[in-house]
Design a protein around this ligand. Sequence first.
Ligand code: ZN
Length: 152
Amino acid sequence: MSDELRDLYQEVILDHSKRPRNKRLPENREHLQMAHGDNPLCGDKVQVFVKVEEDRVTDVSFEGDGCAISTASASMMTEALKGKTRAEVESLFQGFHQLLTSPDGVQDPSSLGKLQVFAGVREFPIRVKCATLAWHTLQGALKGSESTVTTE
Ligand code: ZN
């Protein structure tokens, strides 16, 4: 990865960690599914709220307290998911996970859009859990409401 690209990626992550998007409680509980996520290794805690209507994500938001990476990841996840079907959410999650954990990266990185900025996290294995916490929590929320997900 070039230094220029790395700087750009860090800038985007910093921006989302300082001014997280969709960091709010849901307005009402209609169609709401939620889960808590806990990353004891770093101390990140997140709550993900998702509304799915007719197989599409109509709203997604989060609350919580964590490091810059976990906050930026949750923020960018909420932006990426709105309007997606469950199947699209699943494939995005798989791609994101691959981006962070596979030594060869992702086959089609452009499918991840802005989420590609997390590619650099792969070099810091301890941070991978920070970056994936919101996503694992989302999975929990989609499976059933009020569950707790932990990275340990
Ligand atoms: Zn963290």
